[in-house]
Ligand binder design. Structure first.
Ligand SMILES: Cc1cc2nc3c(=O)[nH]c(=O)nc-3n(C[C@H](O)[C@H](O)[C@H](O)COP(=O)(O)OP(=O)(O)OC[C@H]3O[C@@H](n4cnc5c(N)ncnc54)[C@H](O)[C@@H]3O)c2cc1C
Length: 469
């Protein structure tokens, strides 16, 4: 295998494995250090995961939340980017083996590879549910939703359509809230054919609360905000099995099958399988064990930061610990070049927040009282826009979120391609006949009429007809 190490000078070569929050923070902090840096990532872009659910629910473009990693060179010339998947690490020869067959040597290694979805071995979960960890997954959820809605218009107008979100953490709550707003606010205008009362958004959470790490008052606010948006909240409910057509849940001893067209998996994380090939000590969830400087236990000049690492302080798997960890390790390396040492890492907790929907959020921010409603939501929007990478992404996101939340009546969703829908029972439908929405004075009568004209049957997989181009 060819050594494609990009270091050409005698300066120490720092390899950063992963261009997420932690990796980027480390690379940037090394800008003025006397080192050469190589950033490796499996993607050519960084993903701003906190806003992925906005892509999944048709409010943001995928490009708004992703940033071209090679653009990092615009402000930093001691860094090179390599696109590739790291499969192996040999800490004796100090080399990484990439899926491409390339070998990259390092003097210092910073592992910032993040984590991935954990299905906890629940039968059918990996096969039939849709995780929300990557850009492609967010797009898949969005496209599946519109495909299901278009299919419902043609073939299932009188049937219930359920979207289940599994997991009552921030991602689950935000996703369920956004789906509910799409249904409540947009669909009466954009899908007059469908009765929104038949479109159910169900949030399934095993614990007794949503957003468990928050103060009880904030959790209660979030619960009420979801109920107000007609989210069918199933607390204390565990997923037993995911099937093609829905989810089997257990509430106490009671087993129930919830039929669903879409199941979004927003619960659980674990280290990538590839970490097993990196010769590092792995602890709970496959995460890498590190010391108070984020140095991997038992290894020299090898660090692990962010979600993939278990620090002695057992910090939450959020952006801030990854960013602060990245900066700390970069400082350790930079100072070491000058023969200096730094104090052990100390986390500065800036707080956490989550949003439920328009003008509705909760926030626990350092130095501020606990916030709910509009003030929390405003800070949530401002902070998320500010922490995106790149001005273009900030502007684009600001414009799209403004269009969504201020031009509340525009209903202009960001859509992708939907498959050609084949009618189960071809029929002629005259304008507005058997349709809901504005002008349909007797919604229930229209529902009955539509039902008569629609073939019966449960949810089937959406027909995978060729794309309409
Ligand atoms: C949907 C969602 C919503 C979230 N919302 C919030 C929020 O509101 N607030 C908050 O603070 N946190 C949130 N988080 C958590 C936050 O995104 C993570 O804590 C943070 O991204 C961790 O940063 P990291 O650098 O450790 O890993 P990541 O940001 O995940 O980056 C890891 C990088 O490593 C790359 N990589 C992985 N394996 C390899 C390999 N073998 N070879 C090459 N490259 C590899 C990946 O492509 C990726 O770019 C959310 C997470 C998700 C999934």
């Amino acid at each position: 295998m060819a050594d494609t190490s990009t270091s050409t000078t005698k300066r120490p070569h720092v390899v950063v494995l992963g261009g997420g929050f932690g990796g980027i923070a480390a690379v940037r902090k090394l800008k003025r250090a006397d080192v050469d840096v190589t950033l490796i990532d499996r993607h050519t872009y960084n993903t701003f995961q906190p806003l992925l659910y906005q892509v999944a629910t048709a409010s943001l473009n995928p490009g708004d939340v992703t940033w071209f990693l090679r653009a990092i060179r615009a402000k930093q010339d001691n860094v090179r980017f390599v696109k590739g998947v790291v499969l192996t690490a040999d800490h004796t020869t100090r080399t990484l083996g990439l899926q491409s067959g390339q070998t990259i040597s390092y003097d210092y290694l910073i592992i910032a590879a993040g984590v991935t979805t954990n299905f906890f071995g629940i039968p059918g979960a990996e096969e039939f549910s849709m995780p929300l960890y990557k850009r492609s997954q967010a797009l898949a959820v969005r496209d599946r939703m519109f495909a299901a809605l278009e299919n419902a218009v043609v073939n299932r107008v009188d049937e219930d359509l359920r979207i289940i979100v599994v997991g009552g953490g921030a991602t689950g709550v935000e996703t369920a809230g956004a789906f509910a707003e799409l249904r409540n606010n947009d669909m009466p205008t954009t899908y007059p054919e469908l009765d929104t009362a038949k479109i159910h958004i169900t949030l399934v959470e095993m614990g007794e609360h949503v957003l468990a790490p928050f103060h009880p008052k904030l959790r209660e606010y979030a619960r009420k905000a979801l109920v107000k948006r007609d989210v069918d909240l199933r607390l204390g409910t565990a997923v037993k099995e995911v099937r093609e057509d829905g989810v089997v849940v257990m509430t106490g001893d009671k087993e129930e099958f919830l039929e669903a067209g879409i199941v979004v998996w927003a619960s659980g994380i674990t280290a990538h399988d590839t970490v097993k090939g990196w010769n590092v000590p792995q602890g709970r969830g496959g995460r890498i064990e590190v010391d108070e400087h984020w140095k991997v236990k038992g290894l020299d000049k090898v660090y692990a930061i962010g979600d993939v690492a278990i620090s002695p302080a057992t910090l939450p798997q959020l952006a801030q610990p990854a960013i602060q960890g990245g900066k700390h390790v970069a400082k350790v390396i930079a100072k070491e070049q000058k023969g200096k040492k730094v104090k052990p890492f100390k986390y500065s907790d800036k707080g956490t927040m989550a949003t439920i929907g328009r003008a509705s959020a909760i926030a626990q921010i350092k130095g501020l009282p606990r916030l709910t409603g509009f003030p929390a939501w405003f800070i949530w929007v401002a902070l998320h826009v500010a922490t995106l990478l790149g001005n273009r992404n900030r502007f684009a996101t600001m414009i799209n979120l403004t269009a969504k939340y201020l031009a509340w009546g525009s209903h202009n969703a960001i859509v992708g391609e939907t498959p050609i829908i084949i009618a189960d029972k071809p029929e002629t439908v005259s304008a507005l006949e058997g349709r809901y929405g504005e002008g349909a004075a007797t919604t229930k009568a229209a529902a009955r009429k539509a039902a008569e004209a629609t073939a019966a049957g449960g949810f089937e997989a959406i027909k995978q007809a060729p794309q309409d181009d």
